[in-house]
Design a binder for this molecule. Sequence first.
Ligand SMILES: [Zn+2]
Length: 269
Amino acid sequence: MGSWEDLVSVAKKRINTLKKDCVIAVTGNPGRGKTCLAMHLAYAVDKQFTPSTCVLFYPTLDKAKKMFEDLGQQRAIIFDEAMLTMYLRQAMTKNSIQLNQFFSVDARKNFFNVIILVIEDIQFIDKYFRNSRLDFWIECMERTSSDAYAVTFISDSSPAAKDSWRLSDLDKLFRSSRRGHKVAGETREDWKQTFRKFELFFGDFVFEDLAPSVWEEYNTARIKAKAEYEKTTGMHVCGFESVNGRTCSAKATVQQPFGWRCQKHEAIK
Ligand SMILES: [Zn+2]
């Protein structure tokens, strides 16, 4: 079974030896450490990774293209949740088609990057993209005050596979484990025992928080990107801050006395 080291080594092998991209989705409910894990992974595969240069926060395709060109080959790039939500949530919108084309091998030949997509739910990712481009899927299961736990799945790349992730098979195990913990159990060991029955299970691992200086750099870059995005597009993003200090970055639709808000947060003060 694959460990964290195995995951990192497979990702490195893909970009360095096999000369391919490695596309990894990091999913999970808010507060479970998705961004933290994405950055751990980026640091592990790319010695030059920094949050201020390698995280794409807001959605313009031109910015994505520029970032890939600036960074060059064999680098790690994180697509932040806000970026992906707009591009991938609705199947085959103009945006998601553009993004699919951009990610296609022809358009980006000889880049060979580790591309990490941070998004709440695997179902938000356009089906074609999910089945044809995604190599690994990491679900963040739990975060406690001391560490966090995630499970990893590897794509079924056989040509006959209609659904590379066998989501219907996984549904019973997985969805129920996220909601009531009924099928998969309640402890990390229970989850592991359940998921190891699933053919695409790659492994599980525990990870810790990042250094405060990394978060500081990440947050600074995020605020800067938000301001730039609002300035260039004239659109606003939600600034709702939840109890645990996380700031929503969904597209804002309503201006309230306390700032811009998305549809989900427009009624909350
Ligand atoms: Zn919001």
